[in-house]
Write a protein that binds this ligand. Structure first.
Ligand code: EPU
Length: 328
């Protein structure tokens, strides 16, 4: 048995049978030919909760490399190894003065996980600049390219979380980055911090890094996996009814529907900053569950279930876990 504690940001004790580091597609093909156990793939381990041990092998994705594939006056197409750290790639892009990823600075995890859950923050989701990805079909043992339309991107959602779940290992992701200014400053917090300053991708990323550092716990210090739940999306009539009873409820347009801030719902149920045994929620953001040091994965999971039940009882809304929970 091997401990997974250093390889996931909740940093709970959990074991797997064997850890296998994958540096290339060839490594993966070799593993697939010889494998004996079931397996799961881990990138940065920043969106997973091991509620139990994992009864199989864990493949650590460490496929690296950033390669410019095409370039013209407007921008460039860049292909990135899926095991690169996402934030390093964002810093590479803003360092070259390119637009498109600056609002996504400091999101934990690897490049391969970005399309999987269509990461997003401060008004941008990764599908805005996503071009295509290369993946290995784990059953057929073949490589396949997926273009944007085939990835079925939605809010924290993609083909790889639905029909494609557990069937593919993403090896490379390509993004189309722009040389032409395209700032997204819809968040008042971001816009006000930039007042009077020169607006560049690097300047925006710098402010976002500060906001995130203040609001979200550093996994190096307090184990966590970012937002534990998705913000629920409900029909407009349901949101209108809730607004009558709770006039301050934060609501955002999501097409014909309405997205509600899960952090607010959780705070209203009295969980914000709560310490419960070894777990709890972060004092500045109730949507983030934390490990105060010695939590078992299952303790955090049971706590999450109690939050989901409280929100259901008070507001009649079912929260969906955004974090990938591994259970027997
Ligand atoms: N709020 C509260 N109490 C809380 C937390 C939030 O009342 O404890 C209210 C805030 O006052 C605000 C609203 O909820 O009015 C939204 O809060 P915030 O701006 O912090 O964003 P969020 O909706 O909670 C989402 C993403 C984050 C992303 C931020 C910024 C999801 C599940 N989460 O959080 O992504 O950084 O927006 O764009 O969509 C992640 O996915 O791990 C993540 C951190």
């Amino acid at each position: 048995m091997t401990s997974l504690k250093p390889f996931h940001t909740f940093a709970t004790d959990a074991d797997c049978q064997q850890l296998v580091t994958i540096y290339s597609g060839q490594d993966l093909f070799r593993y697939l030919t010889d494998r004996e156990a079931s397996f799961m793939i881990l990138g940065g381990g920043s969106n997973v909760l091991f509620a139990d041990d994992f009864d199989g092998d864990v493949l650590l994705n460490r496929i690296k490399g950033i390669e410019v594939v095409d370039e013209d006056d407007n921008g460039l197409l860049v292909s990135v190894g899926s095991g690169e750290i996402w934030h390093n790639f964002v810093m590479w892009s803003v360092g070259h003065g390119l637009w498109g990823l600056e609002n996504l600075a400091l999101i934990p995890g690897t490049v391969g996980a970005a399309p999987m859950q269509n990461i997003g923050a401060y008004g941008i989701e990764q599908d805005k600049t996503f071009h295509s990805l290369e993946a290995i079909d784990l059953e057929e043992g073949t490589r396949r390219i997926f273009y944007k339309e085939e990835c079925e991107f939605g809010y924290r959602d993609s083909f790889f979380k639905k029909e494609g779940k557990n069937n593919y290992f993403i090896t490379k992701v390509s993004y189309l980055l722009s040389k032409l200014p395209d700032p997204v400053l819809g968040y008042a917090d971001v816009a006000s911090r930039l007042e009077g300053k020169k607006i560049t991708p690097k300047a925006i990323a710098g402010e976002i890094i500060e906001i995130r550092t203040h609001k979200l716990p550093d996994p190096e210090k307090i184990g966590n996996a970012g937002s534990f739940f998705k913000n629920p999306v409900v029909e407009k009539n349901i949101a209108d009814k809730l607004k009558e009873s709770y006039p301050t409820i934060p609501c955002y347009n999501a097409g014909d529907q309405v997205k509600i801030a899960a952090g607010w719902l959780i705070e209203q149920c009295g969980f914000k900053g709560q310490v419960k045994g070894n777990t709890g929620t972060y004092m500045n953001q109730a949507l983030v569950l934390v490990n105060h040091g010695q939590a078992r994965g299952n303790e955090i999971y049971q706590y999450a279930v109690s939050i989901r039940e409280a929100v259901q009882d008070k507001f009649g809304i079912e929260l969906e876990m955004e974090v990938n929970v591994i259970r027997k």
